[in-house]
Design a protein around this ligand. Structure first.
Ligand code: ADP
Ligand code: TRP
Length: 325
């Protein structure tokens, strides 16, 4: 069984990314052949800064390896190191209807938010994003694709494209199944909304100590005194975050808050400590990796080689099926 997923290098990874995407992916390494890549081609649809792309790509590699991705168990590479994916994207785009892409929520959202509904202001790449994603998945005969709920529709598009190609040119592509992480609650940001880079409310996994402490201590709470019992303790954002990081301590502090006698300052201090401890080992590993970039680059190079070997076979099959070879 082959498990494949991609993560975009679009900024520093945060605690929401960790619990929502990275940790499940790291755990899935045990269940099959894990193929994970850094989606740098995709990042071109939202980021037009070359040096930032280079930096974020390296950051994602360091973050993922530090958090427990095991290069001996999993194939880990940079998407653009296997340029075959762009050829497959072209082949697939010729069997993809415009209407299918126009219906994608993520496209519609971005069209509204980034361009006020004006198609003249967005790139074709943003529109064609799901076709490249389909190519990512189909190029490796992927069986299982772990993604967040927001990517569910893109998986349906991938299946539609594969079915269409198979109908037109004969059985060629494996149909992938999404593995949606419904069970992972949405991790809240420091303002209580979903933690997201685009809302500026994140706690970075590898944030600097002083700045992160300050961020956590600045979380807004209500004006009730420490002594007052708080029957709504489960609604408190610091409690919710603590439960995500460490369920037992989170529960303990929820009870303390509910009973009364715990001040918000102490609660936030505890949250910072829980966060800092949770990533202590990973932080040390990250520092080691950052001092040994040759190793990191070697992991990505050797991942690309292994990925490319699989990609080459599938692409040959697709080219043959449609009469390019
Ligand atoms: P962001 O919203 O910060 O831009 P992305 O959209 O790049 O994050 O998400 C990358 C991965 O992390 C996706 O699989 C997504 O489902 C997961 N993820 C992002 N934010 C959260 C969150 N607050 N809680 C749980 N999972 C999240
Ligand atoms: N679109 C995904 C996201 O934004 C990233 C991604 C690109 C991906 N290609 C993929 C995920 C292929 C799974 C499979 O989160």
């Amino acid at each position: 069984m082959r498990i494949l997923t991609g993560i975009q290098p679009s900024g520093a990874l945060h605690v929401g990314n960790y619990f929502g995407a990275m940790l499940p992916a790291i755990q899935l390494q045990q269940e099959g052949e894990a193929f994970y890549f850094i989606a740098d081609y995709h990042s071109m649809t939202s980021l037009a800064d070359a040096s930032k792309r280079r930096q974020y790509t390296l950051d994602v590699a360091l973050d993922f390896l530090a958090c427990g991705l095991d290069p001996d168990r999993c194939v880990f590479w940079r998407q653009s190191d296997v340029p075959e994916v762009t050829e497959l994207a072209w082949i697939l785009t010729t069997v993809t209807h415009m209407g299918l892409l126009r219906r994608c929520h993520s496209f519609k959202d971005k069209l509204d938010k980034l361009a006020g509904g004006d198609e003249g202001k967005i790139s074709h790449g943003l529109f064609a994003y799901p076709v490249l994603m389909a190519a990512d998945i189909l190029l490796y005969d992927s069986n299982i694709v772990p993604v967040g709920r927001d990517q569910k529709q893109h998986l349906e598009v991938t299946r539609d494209i594969a079915i269409k190609f198979n109908e037109l040119y004969g059985q060629t592509f494996v149909l992938p199944e999404p593995r949606i992480r419904e069970e992972v609650a949405v991790v809240p940001g420091i303002d209580g909304q979903k933690m997201s880079k685009s809302y500026g409310n994140t706690i970075e996994i590898f944030g600097e100590e002083k700045a992160t402490r300050k961020k956590i201590m600045s979380m807004q709470m209500d004006s009730r005194t420490p002594a007052e019992p708080k029957p709504d303790a489960d609604q408190n954002i610091a409690v919710q975050l603590m439960k995500v990081i460490d369920a037992a301590t989170g529960k303990e502090y929820e009870e303390k808050l509910r009973a009364g006698g715990l001040g918000y300052g102490d609660l936030k201090k505890k949250l910072f400590e829980a966060y800092w401890d949770c990533f202590a080992d990973a932080r040390a590993r990250r520092a080691e990796l950052a001092a040994n970039l040759d190793f990191v680059n070697q992991v990505l190079r050797s991942g690309a080689e292994k990925a490319r070997a699989v990609a080459g076979g599938v692409l040959r099959r697709a080219r043959k099926a449609c009469g390019l070879a």
